[in-house]
Design a protein around this ligand. Structure first.
Ligand code: ADP
Length: 738
């Protein structure tokens, strides 16, 4: 019921309008009848009649109203159906028109498409192709349809293509697949594919686009990228520091060369401002390099940079301005080469050069001023010899002339060269010889003989000159004019001969005089002994025979005579001993020094003990080549002096020892005596040389003269070491025995 009431049909409309009226109208009319009857307006019969009439009237009006409403609705529906029918017709017509138009369009698109459209069957053959295929690959439709499409695929792409087709058949649409198709002319074209499989008929719908041009561009780009990479690698390989800085000077590129040159890694360098970072020292203080680069695009010069370790490097820097495509400056590229070593080498070379120039100038000056003749030949045969001023002067030729005797006849000088009276051939001349044989010629004395008979004596030295390969390229010669020296030598020789003769004569005279003198002193000493003995005898007799008659003074005089006689005796004996030493034949033989010491002590008798002298002998004493009596004489005199020359109250301490020396044996006699001042140490070995009065220290002054003569006769040496007031050490050196 509800469904009917709410339905949008004619029944629904009828129900919704009639139902309320059918309920409300009888109720209202019934209520009005009851009210009228209650008020007595009418009686029940009238009331019922009026009620029936009103009911019929109202329901008639209601039916008429609803019938009109339904009629209107039906009219509306009929016109809507009509309109719908017409619209359907129109739609059908329009659809028909549209379908035929689409098919046409599709066909047009298919034939007109620039892309290659195709339908491929499950058998692997093309089923349909648009004309783009013929145009792009050069085959006819028939040719393309006649073969499986894989036959046209590049062998290298075949496997990929097969896999792609299989994938595709499995329902994966192909996107961005690319392979190469062979053209009729044998070349290949790159095709990019989009395809879809139609499962209902198993066909493959595909669109290919010729991307050969793009591929070529891509390949070129790849090649260029590879080249760029290689170049970038090369930049890394470069020894130079390659640095890029942006327009604000901040480092944006820092190659390996820069890392090794400056010690900063690329991470440390990035972002730093180059000139601050490297503490750049510019060639001119006020230069603004970046500004300059913007003005003139490039710059080249030397800069000084400081490395990470504080080291300073000098670089040869080349810098260029970098612009972007719009020509706006975006940075700077700098390539720096470390030239510190080169600079040092340059400085060293410069200094060397200067040094060489100086040396050359010195040599040149030396060559000109040196009082030696110098000749230089710069050809191996010495056909041309340049001479210095001195040599030209020596030879008597102008400095500009060729001094070589190997020169052609019309050029060579007119003198001849002789050695020991024989004329030398040009090739025998020292410079020529040195150059030809690569050897030095030293100390060669030659005579240069001129046409007028003048002779010049030269002392020659020549040395070869070698080139870098070690071959002789000439020679140098030094020529000393020794003509004057030669003359002087001859004179000296003559003089020497005379002198030697005179010296010999003098020596002979002296020797004779000496011998005569020694013979004389011997004779005197010897002959003095007899009268002395006489005087002594008579004085003794006088004392013995007349002693009692003589007064004290006379006796004292006689005593003085005895003292004089004793002194005279000592003198005579010493003199005799001394002259005997000179005259006697001495034959050397091995002598034991210990034996000599024993004999010397015996000869000294009580002399040592009289003064409490203490003698210490360091034993053992070696043997020497000598003559025993002479050695005893020497030792006696040394011991006697050592015992004698001590300060009053001092006990003499005498030490004797021997020492092995390179050339023999050295015998030492040392004392603790008064010592001898240095200026007298040589003098005291002379005859009669004494340093003290006879009253202080008695003696004849012959003792050390005997020592000297004796040592000389034994072929030995003697000496003294003494400090005044501190004692003396006398030594005698003789040959040891073998
Ligand atoms: P004499 O001993 O007879 O005086 P010498 O010829 O032996 O003569 O000595 C010469 C001088 O050398 C001595 O007079 C003395 O002045 C000095 N003389 C020699 N030996 C020593 C010595 N051992 N110490 C100090 N003076 C000495």
């Amino acid at each position: 019921m509800i469904e009917l009431i709410t339905a949008n049909s004619a029944g629904g409309v009828l129900a919704r309008r009639l139902l309320p009226a059918a309920i409300a109208i009888p109720l209202v009319l019934g209520w009005l009848q009851i009210q009228g009857e209650r008020l007595g307006l009418f009686n029940p019969e009238f009331g019922t009649s009026v009620l029936v009439v009103l009911n019929i009237t109202l329901f008639l009006w209601l039916i008429g109203w609803i019938a009109r409403l339904l009629h209107r609705l039906d009219l509306q529906r009929q016109s809507a159906v009509e309109a719908l029918y017409q619209a359907n017709h129109a739609l059908e017509a329009s659809i028909e028109e549209h379908v035929s138009e689409t098919a046409l369009k599709e066909h047009r698109f298919f034939t007109l498409s620039l892309d290659m459209l195709c339908i491929v069957g499950t058998d692997g053959y093309f089923k349909q192709l648009n004309p783009a295929w013929e145009r792009i690959l050069g085959y006819s439709q028939a040719e393309l349809l006649a073969e499986p499409f894989l036959n046209f695929v590049h062998p290298e792409d075949l496997a990929r293509t097969r896999l792609e087709v299989e994938n595709h058949a499995a329902g994966n649409p192909a996107v961005n697949f690319e392979n190469r198709y062979r053209c009729k002319n044998g070349s290949y074209k790159w095709l990019a594919w989009v395809s879809v499989a139609a499962p209902e008929n198993g066909l493959l719908y595909a669109v290919a686009r010729d991307v050969t041009a793009r591929k070529q561009v891509e390949q070129q780009l790849e090649q260029q990228a590879a080249i760029l990479q290689r170049q970038a690698d090369l930049l890394e390989l470069a020894y130079e520091a390659i640095i890029v800085r942006d327009e604000h000077g901040a480092i944006t590129y820092w190659n390996r060369g820069a890392e090794s040159m400056y010690g900063w890694t690329r991470d440390e360098a990035f972002g730093n401002v180059t000139h601050v970072f490297l503490q750049t020292q510019f060639p001119e203080a006020d230069i603004d390099l970046d500004k300059l680069l913007v003005q003139q695009e490039r710059w080249q010069g030397e800069l000084v940079h400081i490395c990470k370790d504080g080291r300073q490097v000098i670089v040869e820097s080349r810098q260029v301005l970098i612009r972007n495509e719009q020509g706006i400056p975006t940075g700077f590229l700098e390539v720096n080469r470390d030239i510190s070593e080169r600079k040092q080498a340059e400085t060293a070379l410069h200094n060397l050069n200067q040094e060489l120039r100086r040396r050359l100038a010195e040599s040149q000056t030396l060559l000109e001023v040196i009082p030696i003749g110098i000749g230089i030949a710069e050809d191996p045969e010495c056909k041309q010899i340049r001479v210095n001023q001195n040599f030209a002067k020596q030879l008597g030729i102008p400095q500009t002339t060729n001094a070589s005797l190997s020169a052609p006849d019309d050029e060579k000088p007119s003198f001849k060269v002789y050695q020991n009276g024989r004329e030398l051939a040009p090739e025998e001349l020292p410079m020529q010889y040195a150059a030809a044989h690569g050897v030095e010629v030293l100390d060669l004395e030659v005579d240069v003989v001129y046409d007028d008979g003048t002779v010049l004596t030269l002392l020659e030295y020549a040395a070869p000159l070698f080139d870098e390969a070690g071959n002789t390229r000439g020679s140098v010669g030094a020529f000393l004019d020794i003509s004057d020296r030669k003359r002087a030598e001859a004179e000296v020789r003559q003089l020497n001969a005379n002198l030697e003769q005179r010296v010999e004569e003098r020596t002979a005279q002296l020797q004779q005089a000496n011998e005569e003198l020694e013979a004389f002193s011997y004779t005197i000493a010897h002959d003095l002994r007899a009268p002395l003995r006489g005087i002594q005898g008579y004085a003794q007799a006088l004392l013995e025979d007349y002693g009692e008659q003589l007064d004290e003074a006379a006796q004292d005089y006689i005593q003085q005579i005895f003292v004089g006689i004793n002194r005279m005796n000592a003198l005579v004996q010493d003199l005799l001993a001394y002259s005997r030493l000179s005259r006697e034949q001495i034959k050397l033989s091995g002598v034991q020094l210990a034996q000599v010491m024993v004999e010397a002590q015996a000869q000294l008798g009580t002399e040592l003990s009289n003064r409490q002298g203490q003698l210490t002998i360091a034993e053992p004493l070696p043997s020497v080549m000598g003559h025993r009596p002479t050695l005893v004489q020497i030792v006696v005199n040394l011991l006697s002096n050592a015992n004698k020359f001590v300060a009053p109250g001092v006990q003499p301490q005498i030490r004797v020892w021997a020492e092995q020396k390179e050339n023999g044996v050295r015998l030492w006699v040392a004392d603790n005596g008064i010592g001898i001042a240095p200026q007298y140490q040589e003098q005291i070995f002379g005859v009669f040389e004494r340093l003290h009065g006879r009253d202080t220290y008695p003696g004849t002054g012959i003792g050390l003269a005997i020592v000297r003569k004796g040592v000389e006769r034994l072929g030995g040496r003697f000496g003294i070491e003494s400090v005044l007031g501190q004692g003396s050490r006398f030594w005698v050196e003789l040959q040891g025995t073998k």
